[in-house]
Write a protein that binds this ligand. Structure first.
Ligand SMILES: [Zn+2]
Length: 620
């Protein structure tokens, strides 16, 4: 998917799919755009660091506005012309950014105010792969990035000639629906074949991007990525490991149960006890979320059904506008403002009949005050209802930090942005759905509760080790600890250790399986998702406490709580202007990310799983 490198590709947890969130923003109200902003005037030799930051904030606002407008236009109207205009606008934006980063180096040795130092740090960290100064190397890096993305995007499996080709969507569909072991294995193997052709490109990419990171003063690109967390890279390593150890028991229980159920389905010969699970059996190409095998393999109580909103959404003829208004009304019930009129005029909420568009749901901040939008193709389903509630989380974050200067218009750290809408979705409980007339009001049985929790755990808990291991691999690749000669074996070593899964067929260094996951060829940092999945429960718990909720966490809905909304808004309005610990403290009263809330939320399921797993040989 083409997008600004300014953009971050994020995951829509509701759909388990990817969503793009283009984070940039609006001119700070009242500050105005400095003269020369549009042309990016060369810095005066005696420009102070504070003046430089003010100028760059203004110029980036103007540049981003152009690039975002081109990007949005492309996504809602794909033509050769809009592609060309988007590419041009992107190039101009990135060229400006490199120039600004280079200019900023003259302040490296100066004593700066905390805000200016922070702004310059944000500027340096604005790209996921900094280019070396050398023009030839810079061009080569851009070329490699484009090649890697193209190889992924065009990847196909063609077992018997061109007519037999299947793309990722089709192969993923097989992974989700088929229960035939051989067919699953073939689809898995077919898609993972696309990685091999990326190995050489990726090796060169790592060398050049590392060189760019070193020129910016970082030891390697992995160290640069970890510099965005307001602590040393070593401290961040320790923090992520601490969080992983906190959630690991949840994953272990789920893994043990899933393996036993899969063994029942495919036989212990294929799924042996005490061993990693074959990666092709979990319903997802990367085994990162397991909800696709919920209905027929992992559902705890087949006869206890959970009523979804699907039936009544269709029966009451909800359209996309009504779904979006419903999401808006949740946020306004917390005290957030109504969405600006331009949101309704400029968003794309349904698939147009007469043109090609990118339907993947995304939220946009168009760099003029209050011009926020959604691009989605909503259908009246519960899944899409969750999607729009999720996307409005990004939109209300944009609106909340709209008064910050450009370089601070971002999440407190990259885990925060994705967590906001998911936090709100944790309040979309069966009771809330009943309240807005989308399910019947019934007290769920214990069996229905366990089903409900299982369904959620297969998205939220199954994901955690995957969210952790991607950058475990990459940080070590960038540091040189993992070399091209063991790219693939180290990948599988981590997948086995964290996820407890194994490749369905033997792999070797002729393969490059990391390349079969979008975020590797696209070079999008991934730890943000791991953090987001933990943060959203921590946020939810804090909001529930602010709302005076007395019941269990999984039943809490913060709909209508002004106090919860006030605390939420206090955190969101900081944007990235302060260390994330300060933002976290505003809402939760603590400065540490903590997985206690996710454990508490899933307590009934964990209890149930420990009974189910009794006598099983868990672990791998
Ligand atoms: Zn999102």
């Amino acid at each position: 998917m083409s997008a600004l490198k300014l953009s971050r590709v994020l995951m829509c947890a509701a759909s388990g799919a990817l969503c793009l969130v283009l984070l940039c923003g609006c001119a700070p109200r009242g500050s105005g755009t400095p003269p020369g902003a549009a042309s990016g005037q060369a810095a005066a030799a005696n420009e102070s660091a504070d003046e430089f930051v003010t100028r760059v904030n203004g110029e980036l606002t103007a540049r981003a506005q152009e690039a975002q407008a081109a990007g949005f236009t492309l996504d809602v109207f794909i033509t050769p012309d809009t592609q060309l205009l988007n590419a041009r606008a992107n190039d101009r934006y990135l060229a400006y950014l490199s120039k600004a980063v280079a200019e900023a180096r003259r302040y490296d040795t100066q004593k700066l105010s905390p805000a200016t130092a922070r702004a310059l740090m944000k500027l340096r960290l604005n790209v996921a792969a900094p280019a070396p100064d050398d023009a030839r190397k810079r061009a080569r890096l851009t070329q490699l990035e484009a090649q890697l993305e193209a190889k992924y995007g065009e990847g196909k499996y063609c077992p018997t000639g061109p007519a037999s080709c299947k793309n990722l969507d089709q192969l993923s569909e097989i992974l989700a629906r088929s229960r035939n072991y051989e067919e699953l294995t073939e689809a898995w193997k077919g898609w993972h074949g696309v990685g091999a052709g990326m190995r050489e490109d990726y090796t060169q990419f790592v060398a050049l991007a590392n060189e760019g990171a070193r020129e910016l003063g970082f030891k390697d690109l992995g160290v640069m990525w970890r510099a965005g967390y307001d602590m040393s890279p070593e401290e961040f390593d320790t923090e992520s490991e601490r969080l992983w150890q906190q959630v690991k028991p949840l994953y272990d229980g789920l893994h043990c149960y899933a393996r036993a159920r899969l063994a029942r389905r495919y036989g212990e010969g294929k799924v042996p006890p005490g061993k990693p699970i074959p990666a092709q059996l979990l319903g997802n190409m990367w085994a990162q979320q397991w909800n696709k095998i919920y209905p027929d393999i992992l559902k705890p109580y087949p006869r206890a059904s959970i009523e979804t909103a699907d039936t009544l959404l269709a029966a009451q003829k909800w359209d996309a506008g009504r779904m979006a208004h419903s999401a808006e009304s949740f946020y306004t019930s917390l005290g957030f403002p109504q969405l600006p009129r331009s949101f309704w005029e400029r968003s794309m909420l349904t698939r147009p009949r007469d043109r090609e568009v990118v339907c993947h749901a995304s939220a946009w901040d168009l760099a003029t005050t209050g011009d926020v939008r959604i691009k989605a193709c909503l259908k009246p389903t519960e899944q899409d209802l969750f999607t729009i509630y999720h996307e409005l989380g990004h939109v209300y974050y944009f609106l909340s930090y709209a008064n910050q200067p450009f370089l601070f218009r971002d999440g407190a750290n990259d885990g925060f942005h994705e967590a906001i809408g998911d936090t709100v979705n944790l309040s979309v409980t069966p009771a809330y759905l009943a309240r807005i007339g989308l399910v019947r009001a019934v007290t769920p049985s214990h069996e229905a509760l366990i089903n409900q929790q299982m369904k959620m755990a297969l998205e939220k808990i199954a994901f955690l080790p995957f969210g952790r291991l991607i950058d475990q691999w990459r940080w070590r690749v960038f540091s040189g600890e993992i070399t091209p000669g063991n790219y693939n074996s180290s990948w599988w070593e981590l997948r086995r250790r964290y996820q407890g899964i194994a490749p369905p067929v033997p792999r070797s260094e002729a393969d490059f399986d990391p390349g079969a996951k979008y975020h590797i060829p696209d070079n999008t940092p991934y730890t943000r998702y791991f953090l987001s999945f933990i943060l959203q429960f921590q946020f939810h718990k804090a909001l529930c406490a602010a709302a005076g909720n007395q019941g269990p966490l999984y039943e809490c809905s913060n709909y209508g709580s002004r106090e919860a909304g006030r605390r939420f808004a206090d955190m969101l309005s900081l944007g990235a202007s302060q260390p994330w610990q300060d933002a976290l403290e505003k809402l939760t009263g603590t400065r540490r990310i903590d997985a206690a809330a996710i454990s508490e939320y899933f307590q009934p399921l964990m209890q149930w799983l420990s009974e189910q797993n009794r006598g099983q040989q868990c672990g791998w």
